[in-house]
Design a protein around this ligand. Structure first.
Ligand code: ATP
Length: 306
């Protein structure tokens, strides 16, 4: 990791995630759903800058993709992360200015808010020169949300529990994905509410063996056949038009189409880079080009920017 602190300002970038597998169990008494998932960090990023200023309290400014849907008050997950870190290490937060440039769609099922929380933890720990080890920062991340520890870690990893218990997965090569962003966001809470209605007993909590085998060996077509998302049925029930998008991506040459997390982003796995260029070009003919993005995975988690 390259660390560069420019006077009183620190910048980080944090990747989005997709879930190669997402198995969701029945809602527990505490309201959470047990998960077994395989995360993959992809090359779509939010950037955060934290700066010490003379003003009072914590301020946050958001620009970029869907910025108008992101709160700029204490509900912002980056603000919550900075506050949690400050409370834990007894730091005075007066004069903290956070700037977020969104590249990850808001309410897109790609954990953009969690990415910002992870970014704020990393950036503020450097800004405030806190001596925090990996276990401590992971524990704070898990308090903030299910996807926050993975946003710090990146790569490809199995997540269990609420998704916060992580084991990195060794895997081969680079995968080429085409993403189609939704016309508007889909509330994760709403998707889980509908999941509880449709699947009150939940689904089996397992990572498909064939998926694990496909990550370490074999052609990418094998991986394409073993992708799984238990929330897809529910998201398609709430947004039936997503079925057309998923079918269209495969029609134009993707190996498989997968809903990213709780949706509505659709992720298309392609055979290689040239296939991904072709698929994104074809999808851009029928969809607004700014809704289509080519990315690769896996990429590292939250990183300081020089
Ligand atoms: P999930 O991680 O649950 O799959 P998601 O990726 O679908 O979520 P997010 O973009 O993380 O969705 O945003 C979910 C909600 O969190 C939105 O209602 C948004 O207003 C709120 N939110 C709070 N802080 C942020 C942030 N920094 N960036 C994006 N959304 C935020």
């Amino acid at each position: 990791m390259v660390s560069q602190v420019v006077s009183n300002r620190v910048s980080v970038r944090v990747p989005a995630k997709i879930n190669l597998a997402l198995a969701v169990g029945a809602r527990a008494d505490d309201g959470y759903h047990p998960l077994t998932t395989v995360f993959e960090a992809v090359s779509l990023f939010d950037e955060l800058q934290v700066e010490a200023t003379d003003s009072a309290g914590i301020s946050v400014k958001v620009t970029g993709l869907g910025a108008e849907h992101v709160p700029t008050d204490p509900r912002n997950l980056a603000v919550q992360a900075a506050q949690l870190l400050a409370d834990t290490f007894e730091i005075d937060t007066d004069g903290l200015a956070i700037t977020i440039r969104k590249g990850i769609p808001v309410s897109g099922g790609m954990a953009g808010g969690s990415a910002d929380a992870a970014g704020a933890l990393l950036a503020c720990s450097v800004l405030w020169d806190i001596d925090i080890d990996a276990d401590e920062i992971r524990a704070l991340a898990a308090e903030l949300g299910s996807d926050v520890p993975f946003a710090l870690l990146g790569g490809t990893a199995i997540g269990t529990g609420r998704g916060t218990e992580l084991v990195p997965v060794l895997n081969r090569g680079r995968r080429h994905w085409v993403l189609v962003f939704g016309e508007s966001g889909l509330s994760t809470a709403e998707v889980y509410r509908r999941f509880d209605e449709l699947r009150p007993d939940g689904c089996e909590l397992e990572v498909p063996d064939d998926l694990m085998a496909a990550l370490t060996a074999g052609p990418v077509t094998k991986l394409a056949d073993s992708l799984r998302n238990d929330l897809a049925e529910v998201a398609l029930d709430l947004r039936p038009e997503l079925a057309d998008t998923l079918a269209e991506g495969v029609d134009v040459g993707a190996l498989a189409g997968l809903l990213s997390g709780s949706g509505p982003t659709c992720a298309f796995l392609c055979a290689d880079e040239s296939a991904a260029i072709d698929v994104s070009g074809r999808l851009s003919r029928s969809l607004p080009p700014d809704r289509v993005r080519r990315v690769t995975g896996p990429v590292p988690g939250a990183r300081l920017l020089g």
